[in-house]
Design a protein around this ligand. Structure first.
Ligand SMILES: Cc1cc2nc3c(=O)[nH]c(=O)nc-3n(C[C@H](O)[C@H](O)[C@H](O)COP(=O)(O)OP(=O)(O)OC[C@H]3O[C@@H](n4cnc5c(N)ncnc54)[C@H](O)[C@@H]3O)c2cc1C
Length: 285
C-alpha cells in the first residue's frame, strides 16, 4: 500500500532535529533506517504528518570506548554492531544478537537506536539491552537525559522517550573478567522474529554462578528481566543440573502472548529451556 501523505525534513544536526520534532508536535515522527516504520506507514498503521529523517546525522553513528562503558550511537546499524571490534571485545552479547536480527539487507539499514526506540517485545535488541543494564541517552528541547533500561520500556511499542526527544545513543557497561554471555533465539525459519529469545550474562567464580542477568524476548508486552531465575542462578552451582533448576523459574512474572506461532504455555516452556541453555554457555558449563 502507499503511505498516507506526510511532510519530510532532513535536519543537519541533532538540535535541528529536536526543533523539527518540537515544531511538528505529536504528529511528527523520527525515521532512521525505516525498517520498522516504513512497513507501518505502508499499512497505514502509522500516519504521521511529518517525518524527521535523522539518517544523515553522522554524530549519531559509531562506537566510543569511554572506560567502563561503550557509547554506541543510535544510528549504528545492526551490521556495524556485528562487525565492530570494540563491541566484539567488550560486549559480545550485543554483536551475537545483532547477527540474528532479520537478514543482511535489514541489518544494513536497520539501526540499534531504531530497534530500541521501536520497542517491539518480539525484537531481539530490547531484551539484550535489558540484560546488559544499558542506559539510553535522549536529547530533547530541555537538553540531554539518561534513561536506564528498567524505566525505558513502558508498554507495547512504547518507551519513556518524549515525542520531542531523539535517542542519540546507548551506554553499555563493558564485561569485566569472569563474565560470559549468550543469546538464544528460537524461531521457525532463519531470519524470522523470535518466538522466544533469551539473553543471559553471567559471572562465574569458584565453580558457582556469582551473578546473572537474563532478558526475555516476546514473553510480555515489554522485554522482561527474569528476576526469579536470576536470583536462583546466583546461588547455583555452575553445573548443568544447577542451572536447569534455576531456569525452571524463567517464566515467573511473564505474560507471554498466544498467537499462530505458539500458545503462552509453549512460550513458557521455551523460556525455561532457552534460559538453561543460555545460562550454561554464559557461565562456561
Ligand atoms: C523483514 C524484516 C525482518 C525483521 N526481523 C527482525 C528480527 O528478526 N529481529 C528484530 O529484532 N527485528 C527485526 N526486524 C525489525 C527491524 O530490524 C528493527 O526494528 C529495525 O532495525 C529498527 O531500526 P530502524 O533504524 O530501521 O528504525 P525505523 O524503522 O526508522 O524506526 C523505528 C521506530 O523507532 C523510532 N526511532 C528510530 N530511530 C530513532 C531515534 N534515533 N530517536 C527516536 N526515535 C527513533 C521511529 O520513530 C520509529 O517509531 C525486521 C524488520 C523487517 C523489515
Amino acid at each position: 500500500m502507499i503511505p498516507a501523505k506526510f511532510d519530510y525534513t532532513k535536519p543537519g544536526s541533532v538540535s535541528e532535529a529536536v526543533s523539527a520534532l518540537a515544531g511538528g508536535g505529536e504528529d511528527a515522527k523520527v525515521i532512521a533506517g525505516g525498517q520498522s516504520l516504513l512497513p507501518l506507514l505502508r499499512l497505514r498503521l502509522s500516519f504521521p504528518d511529518l517525518l524527521v529523517d535523522v539518517g544523515g546525522l553522522g554524530e549519531l553513528r559509531g562506537v566510543r570506548d569511554e572506560g567502563d562503558t561503550l557509547w554506541i550511537g543510535a544510528l549504528t546499524t545492526h551490521d556495524e554492531v556485528v562487525r565492530d571490534p570494540v563491541i566484539g571485545q567488550h560486549c559480545g552479547l550485543l554483536a551475537e544478537a545483532a547477527a540474528m536480527v532479520a537478514d543482511p539487507a535489514v541489518r544494513h539499514r536497520g539501526t540499534i537506536g531504531g530497534s530500541v526506540a521501536h520497542a517491539d517485545p518480539a525484537g531481539d535488541i530490547p531484551a539484550v539491552v535489558a540484560a546488559l543494564d544499558a542506559t539510553m541517552i535522549a536529547q530533547g528541547p530541555g537538553g540531554e537525559r539518561a534513561i536506564g533500561a528498567g524505566e525505558f520500556f513502558r508498554d507495547y511499542l512504547t518507551t519513556a522517550l518524549e515525542p520531542t526527544e531523539i535517542l542519540t545513543g546507548l551506554r553499555v557497561p563493558k564485561f569485566g573478567p569472569g563474565w560470559g554471555y549468550r543469546y538464544e533465539k528460537f524461531h521457525l525459519t532463519a531470519q524470522a522474529w523470535a518466538i522466544v529469545g533469551v539473553a543471559a550474562v553471567a559471572r562465574r567464580a569458584d565453580g558457582h554462578v556469582a551473578e546473572a542477568r537474563i532478558g526475555l524476548t516476546n514473553m510480555g508486552v515489554v522485554p522482561i528481566r527474569a528476576r526469579a531465575a536470576e536470583a536462583a542462578a546466583a546461588d547455583a552451582e555452575a553445573t548443568t543440573q544447577g542451572l536447569r533448576s534455576a531456569a525452571e523459574r524463567a517464566d515467573e512474572g511473564t505474560q507471554p502472548p498466544s498467537d499462530l506461532h505458539g500458545g503462552s504455555d509453549y512460550r513458557r516452556h521455551l523460556a525455561r529451556v532457552l534460559t538453561a541453555r543460555a545460562l550454561a554457555v554464559a557461565s562456561g558449563v
